[in-house]
Design a protein around this ligand. Structure first.
Ligand SMILES: [Zn+2]
Length: 109
């Protein structure tokens, strides 16, 4: 059973294998929370020798206010550790900021 433990990254991986993204729509400012499953949602990227070189995630996110699409682009190493992230149509925010935004009533524009 040891190889299974190694395969799934041992104790360093999150308990539910989830990555939580908090973004804010660049158009209307609505906060959105997206849960990514690190074992189902990532696309494998192969290196020269057909080894797994890393993983990639292209996520389309839609807020519930203006329904514009936000595109998040994340890359991971072969251990599914995040290497880089970029976003179009919005911005990444922290969990604290997300909670602050969702707990305040929307201000009139
Ligand atoms: Zn929006």
């Amino acid at each position: 059973m040891n190889f299974l433990r190694r395969l799934f990254g041992g104790q360093s991986s999150p308990a539910d294998n989830a990555l939580h993204l908090y973004v804010r729509c660049g158009h209307c400012g609505a906060p959105v929370h997206v849960r990514v499953n690190l074992y189902n949602d990532l696309a494998v990227e192969f290196g020269d020798s057909e080894d797994v070189a890393g993983y990639h995630l292209r996520k389309e996110i839609m807020d519930s206010r203006c329904f514009r699409l936000i595109y998040a682009d994340l890359s991971f190493d072969r251990n599914r550790r995040e290497l880089a992230r970029s976003i179009e149509g919005g911005e990444f925010i922290s969990r604290d900021e997300f909670e602050r935004l969702t707990s305040t009533p929307a201000e009139p524009q």
